[in-house]
Design a protein around this ligand. Structure first.
Ligand code: FAD
Length: 244
């Protein structure tokens, strides 16, 4: 983990309230799939945790949704401005020797799954991708997965794009039977996945202060009753490890 003054290369909307930001930073080559950075937004004391979505050379991409004042401020920042990043943080998705994996992303849980998909493709695994959103205006990253040679199954809750329903409806509709899942998304989605799959990993979100295991602001309980810190022991955990 290190601190880096990253230079914003681009920052533009890609869906409703969702922005893609490319940054030049020496953290980029260090980041593994599913890890995150703590972004110091000018004028705000606490850093904001945002997943690393993609890296290429010294360029690191994040994709974020405007949820409050911090991400709203980020959306107004311009190329050439600097952002202090701390990272890469967290465990990330292990890249296991699996022949087939199904990758599921829900809303702004989708970004870290792009780099994860690439890592599994690179080792020769068959990769299916299912993306879930609320409505057509929220859909993003279909092109990015297609550039990897994957045709993602898109699902929306209101049926305005792709399959109507959740990512599990998407898996059923596309006949994807792979039993090893890697997922990031909202808690109800992760609960539903954990009820249907026993093998694989999920990435959790929790409000966090420091992001590196010191403040204990992001503690959850595992199935043995032990406390786990989402930032340091996670955010990626084996399915069934943490009480959701
Ligand atoms: C490991 C991890 C990875 C994440 N990756 C992404 C991502 O790739 N894209 C994305 O859009 N969002 C991501 N989030 C959620 C993102 O951190 C919050 O939406 C963001 O911090 C909200 O900040 P805000 O100032 O706009 O909102 P406010 O509500 O004004 O924030 C107030 C405070 O709460 C904290 N906070 C608020 N919501 C969350 C949350 N859900 N998780 C953690 N802290 C929160 C903020 O850090 C801040 O300190 C991630 C969260 C975690 C834990």
């Amino acid at each position: 983990m290190k601190q880096s003054n990253a230079v914003i290369l681009s920052n533009a909307p890609i869906a409703r309230d969702v922005f893609k930001m490319d940054l030049r930073t020496d953290l980029a080559p260090m980041a593994k799939p599913g890890q995150f950075v703590q972004v110091a937004v000018p004028g705000f004391f606490l850093r904001r945790p945002i997943s690393v979505s993609w890296t290429e050379g010294d360029v690191l991409r994040i994709v974020y949704k405007i949820m409050g004042n911090g991400t709203d401020k980020m959306s107004s920042m311009k190329p050439g401005e600097e952002l202090s990043l701390l990272g890469p943080l967290g465990t990330g998705f292990p890249i296991k020797d699996e022949k087939e994996v199904v990758i599921m992303g829900g809303g702004v849980g989708t970004p870290p799954m792009l780099k994860t998909a690439k890592a599994y493709l690179d080792q020769g695994s068959k990769v299916d991708v299912i993306l879930g959103f609320n409505t057509a205006q929220d859909v993003f990253y279909v092109d990015e997965f297609e550039q990897l040679g994957i045709s993602p199954v898109v699902c929306t809750m209101d049926g305005s794009a792709g399959v109507k329903g959740t990512v599990l409806d998407g898996a059923a509709s596309a006949g994807i039977k792979t039993d090893y899942v890697l997922a990031c998304g909202p808690l109800p989605m992760l609960r539903a996945i954990s009820a249907s799959y026993t093998k694989g990993y999920i990435s959790l979100e929790s409000r966090m202060g420091c992001g590196f295991g010191v403040c204990n602001g992001c503690v959850m309980t595992d199935t043995n009753g032990m406390q786990v810190r989402v930032c340091k022991n996670g955010p990626v955990f084996p399915i069934g490890k943490v009480v959701l």
